[in-house]
Design a protein around this ligand. Structure first.
Ligand SMILES: *Cc1c(COP(=O)(O)O)cnc(C)c1O
Length: 420
């Protein structure tokens, strides 16, 4: 943005000129709520309501088991995978939507290590970030444990450390394209190329970037990618995740969750496993068809909106959020931990506050839903599909009121639920 929007009226004027303003009508958001948590659970697309009713009553209720063929249930992980591929530069035949991000990371990391073991058996180091979303680290540990702890996990603490640790012993590098806490954005193209020049594989976790920033896995020549669809893609709680494999790797290895859906001919009911050609072998088992089908709704809205326009608006909104906090809330102990540089910023903004947890509970009670992440982090996801400039203004004003009036001091805001 070239100039600060320094009044609510200026924000309303920016909304009136916003080309993407109409996309908020595609979502059903509750009255009186400003939703800044779309990076954790995306909002409900109106079309998903009718579609889920259709899947349940028509495809399941009337068509029953015939739907596996007549409604292409069996093909759906691949059909929807092709649509997701549009958003990540996936190319054709390289993407499926299936299982969860954690399970998919297990599959692709196992594939990567097996391929490396054949090509360069002395590569025994896996690199990840200490600040990675913890499930990624748990999965790496779990897999390593299963295969006899043959690998050393090396954790880096800052992006600048990556280049120095890429020795001849590195097999794979697992990175979150956008950090879930700070919003730091890696340069996917450059880092993919750097890692590969050093002979390692790059595995991207796209959970916080798919649907938020432009991604081109094919031109980056990445090796593997996994990512959630229930965040910026608005596919619904626990909706299946995406999995992408560079075509050069697809047929080299049988991923270890070798269930019948990845078989070349599952209905042969053969006693021996024969993997399907290509990306199909990354499927494991019968899919949650209802949930899977809704992924298409969220993905279609994003495809229609155009990723470059979404990115432009996302940066304008996160700029505005940061500027308003800095100009209007400077008397409070809020510390920005999100990069200001556009080149390394994703689509959420995070601030530390010593009473972060209670502040977020008070904000939620006032109708601004963001979330809290340890330690002390207030996190605000900015989804340009349904957030406008005046929403950002109102959210920051509510934060100001919560802090100025110390609303967070109420005892009920100190109690933690199972999910924060
Ligand atoms: C949200 C998120 C996950 C979640 O994984 P699930 O298997 O869907 O629970 C994984 N990685 C990152 C980076 C995330 O942000």
């Amino acid at each position: 943005m070239t100039h600060t929007l320094n009044s609510r009226d200026a924000c309303l004027a920016a909304d009136a000129q916003d080309e993407l303003r109409h996309t908020r009508n595609e979502f059903q958001l509750p009255e009186g709520v400003l939703y800044f948590d779309g990076n954790s659970l995306g909002a409900l697309p109106k079309a998903a309501i009718a579609r889920s009713n259709d899947i349940v009553t028509e495809e399941w209720g009337n068509e029953l088991i015939r739907s596996w063929n007549t409604n292409q249930w069996f093909e759906r992980p691949k059909l929807i995978g092709e649509k997701v591929a549009d958003l990540v530069g996936g190319g054709e035949g390289n993407t499926v939507v299936t299982d969860t991000t954690s399970a998919n990371l297990f599959k692709v990391l196992a594939a990567s290590l097996r391929i490396q073991n054949e090509d360069a058996a002395d590569r025994r180091v896996i690199i990840a970030e200490r600040d990675a979303f913890p499930t990624d680290l748990y999965i790496i540990h779990g897999l390593n444990d299963l295969i006899g702890n043959n690998y050393e996990l090396k954790l880096i603490d800052a992006p600048e450390e990556l280049e120095g640790v890429l020795t001849d012993h590195v097999a794979a590098v697992v990175l979150s394209h956008i950090n879930y806490r700070t919003g730091y954005l890696w340069n996917l193209n450059e880092v993919s190329k750097l890692v590969q020049q050093r002979g390692a594989h790059i595995i991207w976790d796209l959970c916080h970037s798919i649907g938020a920033v432009e991604i081109d896995l094919s031109s980056a020549g990445a090796d593997f990618a996994v990512g959630c669809t229930y965040k910026y893609l608005n596919s619904g709680p626990g909706a299946p995740a995406m999995l992408w494999v560079n075509p050069k790797h697809q047929d080299r290895f049988i991923q270890p969750l070798s269930g019948w859906w990845g078989h070349a001919r599952p209905f042969d009911m053969s006693t021996t496993y024969e993997p399907a050609e290509g990306i199909g072998r990354y499927l494991s088992s019968t899919q949650p068809i209802i949930s899977l089908s809704l992924v298409e709704i969220g993905v279609d809205i994003t495809r229609k909106a155009d990723m470059s326009k979404l990115r432009e608006k996302s940066l304008a909104l996160t700029d505005l959020f940061i500027e308003l906090v800095e100009s209007r809330l400077s008397h409070h102990p809020l510390t920005l931990i999100t990069p200001k540089d556009h080149a390394i910023r994703g689509s959420h903004v995070s601030f530390k506050h010593p009473e972060g947890f209670a502040v977020m509970q008070a904000l939620i009670a006032e109708g601004v839903i963001g979330d809290y992440r340890e330690p002390e982090v207030l996190r605000f996801g900015v989804t340009p599909l349904y957030i406008g400039y005046a929403d950002v203004w109102d959210a920051v004003e509510t934060l100001r009121r919560v802090l100025d009036e110390e609303l967070w001091r109420k005892p009920e805001f100190q109690i933690r639920g199972a999910v924060t």
